[in-house]
Write a protein that binds this ligand. Sequence first.
Ligand code: SER
Length: 582
Amino acid sequence: MNIREEFINYFEKNGHRQIPSSPIVPENDPTVLFNTAGMQPLVPYLLGEEHPYGKRLCDYQKCVRLTDLDEIGDKTHHTFFEMLGNWSLGDYFKKESIGYSFEFLTKVLNIPVEKLAITVFKGDDKIPRDDVSADRWKELGIAEDRIAYLGKEDNFWIAGDSGPCGSDTEIFYFRSDDEIPQKFDPEDDRWVEIWNNVFMEFYKDENGNITELKQKNVDTGMGLERIVAVLEGVDDNYKSSIWSDVINKLEDITGLSYEGNEKAMRIIVDHIRTSVFIAADPAGIKPSNTDQGYILRRLIRRYIRQARKLGIDINSDFDLEIALLIIRKYEKYYSELKDNKDVVLDVLSNEKKKFSRTLEKGLREFEKLVKTDTSMIDKTIAFRLYDTYGFPIELTLEEAEDRGMKVDVDGFYEKFKEHQDKSRTASKGKFKGGLSGNSELETKYHTATHLLNAALKKVIGSSVHQLGSNITPERLRFDFPCDHKMTDEEKQMTEDLVNEWIKEDLTVEKLEMSKDEAIKSGAECTFIDRYPDVVTVYKIGDVSMELCGGPHVSHTGELGHFKIKKEESSSAGVRRIKAILE
Ligand code: SER
């Protein structure tokens, strides 16, 4: 069964018109890097503008969500996904919408009603409990016990911070062979959410004021990956028919099986697919150090590193083979993949060439250093490989093994520790050398900037990185990618985190390593191409590792109190924070 097509057919039969998927890079919305939900391109129409296709629409929309970047590698997360959706623009409302969803799930997809459960909005001081939805579900045959009433965090939907919004009702499916408990517990993770029906009747402005929209809309969204996995009875999305041929191809390329290599394989296929869609977008995105281009570069380099781990020759066309398979799978639905096929392949292979040169340079140094007749790589060489050329000890071991050599691993760790101790001692005083031209206050702001960057990653998501920074003795300024205006709560959490780290009086350590090692260590490496081969990385406790020329304070306790003075838009999809130390 092709669910994408079944979905469109069903809603067309019920008076909806299919609209084409919008590009993945929004055309007229500078506040977001990528479309993250099916409704995003429809905002003007939800607000009342007349849509040329009428009041009932349906589609499948390409989406990219980066908030989950670090989760990729588990069973259910993806950076790219498709969302099936149907909309009523001031036409039908709750009863009809719930009726359509119920009929599609139980009659078209043949899901037994016993496997379904529902959440509805329990109401708050401003908006009453959604009894209309609950009554409708009961009327259709959902048992009272299978309906849970939840608060705003769960049953009120808005994209980001402001815009059209409203309460929602979410449909859950029991994904397990266990006996289905009579009472629905939304915390029980055997119940997975499959569809979200949002009743958009309000507008929230940038100051948090809520007003009624001039029309009542319905916005629904169902993740294709999840519903396919659910129907196929697999508990790992990558085992569904959406992925099985791609995973098989990767198994062929590596000669390895998916079992036991799941994490690396999931990251590789997920990141290749997202890179294909970004590179094929009409916006013409190329890998770069800013905005969408930065994301594309990050995805490509990450899958290359994972491929290397699996023993793939990264100079082979392994990624292009997978990209071609993905293009063939999806081109029927997304014609830009066919039109821009050559562009996509060029983007992937050029970026790979660039990245593999960095890796190769390190390997050449390895050859030079180990050109001895001995069968043992001694601790000095092992450490020099690590310290100067960025070879983690695992890589040295692998390379040595290939040549039938051994490595003094214990000696390596001895030297490693000595070096760490030295850096700690060095970090007790302010770092010399870089301080000229920087006042004490500016030095403090440098360190505060690293803490702010680390805090934003926790509060907004791992896609945060430095796009620009400017420091004066009065304040710091920091630009970073973010698709929404920060809420007061997000700003507060960010301030609190930074102040907590200041209170902990964390040690600031200065480490020297090769670029490659810096990347491998997970250090923040924005604009990596602009740095020399050996770089300085500043490590603050366990909260931050960032490439930087310094200078920095030696302990965060010296910073005083951190305060965000302003949060504003800097340019498309980029927010700017100005903050002070008091
Ligand atoms: N906009 C809602 C969501 O993304 C429903 O489509 O979940």
